[in-house]
Design a protein around this ligand. Structure first.
Ligand SMILES: [Fe+2]
Length: 407
């Protein structure tokens, strides 16, 4: 039976009862889309997350081991549908042997590992070192990770049980004041595939398939203001998607005016679509005519790049360490990258991977002289810079560091 056949599905299959732990759209219902990336060898499982219809894909990847069985990188929500899709692979290729939690800071990835691991009692769980939980440093078992079969990834990859097939490299921990950023990327030698969590992304011009399963969020954000009524067309979906990307990556892009709350309420009372689904006509945004330029500048013709929040608030705390890590990763001979967000797989070379981190060679956005930026659309970084400055001022975030010398 093909679990992705719509006739075999019901909303119960998409149920994720623990959504209040990380209350992101689509809350208690999560669809899962499995794709075979390399025949009989690599599969991605896409779900959605977001708030206020700002939806972005979140992804786990399963790789078949040479001796049979599967390694799962960055589990997503183990809904009945998701687990059934994994079981189909298990029936054909063997048990889930290893589950990898590759991040310390990505709560949207951490939250699923414990519940996912409980569905596969034979699997050994390996977690990135230096795990922390805001506001308290809780033991791993408190995060729902199985006590008897959870291990910290060895600092030396040759000591991991899957060392014959995988290499890995850790970025961090990078001290962020309240916690730390850390990510572990995996290199699967046989398929020449790099698995990445958050460090790089590739943003497609058109909405990914998982977003198209329910296009309403795309149509919602395609509206120019609360009075707009949009038709469901390909171009409208693309417009909604590109704005969602700008929201996700900048929080408040420069081409977006946020309407004062009182005005938004008054507009809602006169809006043409006042249903629960449309937040009763509440649409506190107004896009400027040239909004698309922000998307074009952001994405450009780059096959992959580092998300603005990582550029502005995180990786520029440790530029030398990040670049060294990027050069180490680029020494592996990969031909594709599978990140946990946005597009995948990306056909990209080690050189392109390392190029994505070259912004670190310029002065960081928060530097005292204010100079910076790989990205010319400076205005889009305004909110992120304000956040950085405020966190700096309060002494919460360590200062950014510049780096100028060539390696
Ligand atoms: Fe993430």
């Amino acid at each position: 039976m093909n679990a992705q056949d719509p006739s075999n599905q019901s909303p119960k299959d998409w149920s994720w009862p623990f959504w209040p732990i990380v209350p992101l759209y689509p809350y208690g219902k999560r669809r899962t889309l499995r794709k075979e990336v390399v025949k009989d060898s690599i599969w991605t499982f896409d779900q959605l997350q977001g708030v206020l219809y700002v939806v972005t894909p979140i992804r786990m990847t399963a790789i078949k081991l040479d001796a049979g069985g599967l390694l799962v990188y960055a589990p997503v929500a183990p809904t009945p549908e998701c687990i059934r899709l994994v079981w189909e692979l298990v029936a054909e290729h063997g048990e889930v042997k290893y589950i990898i939690l590759p991040t310390v800071s990505g709560i949207e990835h951490k939250v699923f590992v414990g519940p996912f691991a409980r569905c596969f009692p034979e699997a050994q769980v390996f977690v990135a070192p230096h795990q922390w939980s805001f506001p308290f440093n809780l033991p791993l078992s408190w995060l729902g990770l199985p006590r008897n079969r959870t291990h910290v990834l060895p600092a030396e990859p040759s000591k991991a049980p899957f060392t014959d097939e995988f290499d890995y490299a850790m970025l961090g921990p990078i001290d962020l004041g309240l916690g730390a950023f850390e990510e572990v990327v995996f290199f699967h030698r046989r398929s020449r595939t790099l698995l990445v969590t958050d460090a790089v992304i590739s943003v497609p011009e058109d909405p990914p398939d998982i977003v198209l399963l329910d296009p309403y969020p795309l149509l919602f954000h395609a509206k120019d203001d609360g009075f707009d009524v949009v038709e469901d067309r390909t171009a409208t979906r693309r417009k909604g998607w590109q704005r969602i990307v700008l929201f996700t990556l900048y929080f408040r892009p420069s081409a977006l005016a946020v309407i004062p709350f009182g005005q938004a309420i008054r507009n809602a009372l006169n809006a043409p679509e006042r249903f629960r689904k449309t937040y009763f006509g509440l649409f506190p945004f107004k896009w400027q005519k040239d909004w698309k330029r922000s998307f074009e500048v952001l994405v450009g013709d780059r096959p992959l790049f580092v998300a603005p929040i990582l550029q502005t608030l995180i990786l520029n705390r440790a530029p030398r360490e990040t670049l060294d890590w990027a050069y180490q990763v680029a020494s592996w001979d990969f031909q594709r990258i599978i990140p946990c967000h946005f597009a995948a797989p990306i056909e990209a070379s080690p050189y392109q991977f390392q190029q994505a981190f070259q912004f670190l060679k310029q002065k960081s956005s928060g530097s005292a002289d204010g100079e910076t930026h790989q990205t010319p659309c400076l205005a889009d970084y305004t909110l992120l810079q304000e956040i950085e400055q405020e966190l700096n001022r309060r002494g919460i975030l360590p200062p950014s560091q510049g780096i100028e010398e060539e390696k």
